[in-house]
Design a protein. Structure first.
Length: 120
């Protein structure tokens, strides 16, 4: 689903559908119903960029999950929870799709904040 630390009804349904499809394929259950399977997003072109926290604090995103972004566009900030001072700005290293975005705000140095599928 691409957003860490969050469970949604949609994600639960996706997991259940996957389990039922696997059980049907392996002959564990028999049923006539075909469960909808989404086509995965794959590409042999491009690169995944991992963005990790340079500082500890609270991560405040500036964009939405699955946003199409440009190089050097601001993804969010890490702020001091007591003063609100900006400790670090997180900028996109390339054009691409923001396919992972941290939902849980508390971050420590090195925590994964986002992943971008973009150009090499």
């Amino acid at each position: 689903m691409g957003v860490g630390m969050r469970l949604t009804k949609e994600y639960g349904t996706q997991l259940l559908t996957g389990i039922l499809n696997l059980m049907k394929k392996e002959g564990i259950i028999e049923c006539d119903e075909n469960y909808l399977v989404r086509e995965p997003f794959t590409s042999e072109i491009g690169e995944v960029h991992y963005l990790n926290a340079a500082k500890s604090g609270l991560f405040v995103p500036s964009l939405e999950h699955c946003a199409v972004i440009k190089k050097d566009e601001k993804i969010g900030e890490i702020v001091n929870p007591l003063t609100g001072a900006v400790l670090s700005e997180i900028m996109s290293p390339s054009d691409g799709i923001l396919f992972t975005l941290r939902e849980y705000p508390v971050v420590y140095e090195g925590s994964l904040l986002a992943r971008i599928f973009g150009e090499k």
